[in-house]
Design a protein around this ligand. Sequence first.
Ligand SMILES: *[C@@H]1O[C@H](CO)[C@@H](O)[C@H](O)[C@H]1NC(C)=O
Length: 159
Amino acid sequence: MWNRLVIMFCFCFLITGISSCPKKGIKTTSKASPAVKQVGDKRIFFNYDEFNITEASADILLDVIAVLQDNPDAQVALTGHADNRGSHDYNLALGAKRADSAKKFMVNCTPYLGKRIKTASKGETEPLVQVKDNSKNSKYEKEHAKNRRVEFSFSGIKK
Ligand SMILES: *[C@@H]1O[C@H](CO)[C@@H](O)[C@H](O)[C@H]1NC(C)=O
């Protein structure tokens, strides 16, 4: 209960990828106990070659935090993905930055959850949408955008 209140007072600044949590109210719709599966199916997305947390992403990350708070034994793995522009090594690193950026946002809000948040990267190897055209000015920007994401996987949830 109190954890939930702390979150509601946790307003996270979203400027140039830096996030912090001064004591201000965030606008949430007080989603009471979001269903774990529903949250686990969500994804956050990123601009080309960026790892900034957008406002839409912040909203989803707060839902992920709420699941961890509601389930004291739960852990979450954040897996970062990239589109297929750039080398494999570059994309692995970019996916890791995306996952780390999401974790950083969450830890800034709720430092005590840090140990229960793992990160990983798949680079460009697991696209949601297959796009053959990997040129920088690809005509398939919408498709590429779906692949630049972080996904959530919960474990330790008691049924
Ligand atoms: C993301 O961060 C970079 C580097 O700070 C900045 O140049 C860019 O404008 C940011 N993008 C968004 C969408 O905020």
